[in-house]
Design a protein around this ligand. Structure first.
Ligand code: ZN
Length: 71
């Protein structure tokens, strides 16, 4: 399961370990055994879990829903 969230400033990325600043989007991935991983935008993009799309001249970040995850 994946869901996009907005940081309250008190969390860090489990991949690159940088602090995710207040107001920045991040992704929660629930892996096997119910372990949750938090990925910052950059790591989400690197892993292919998110992408930017252009809409009305703005770049909008989209997190892919996790329907392809194996339950
Ligand atoms: Zn990261």
């Amino acid at each position: 399961m994946r869901r996009g969230c907005t940081s309250l400033g008190d969390i860090s990325c489990d991949e690159c370990h940088r602090t995710i600043p207040h107001g920045e989007r991040y992704l929660i991935i629930e892996g096997q055994d119910g372990v949750e991983l938090r990925l910052c935008v950059e790591c989400s993009l690197n892993r292919g879990y998110a992408r930017y799309r252009k809409e009305k001249g703005k770049e909008i970040l989209t997190f892919f829903p996790g329907e392809d995850d194996v339950q």
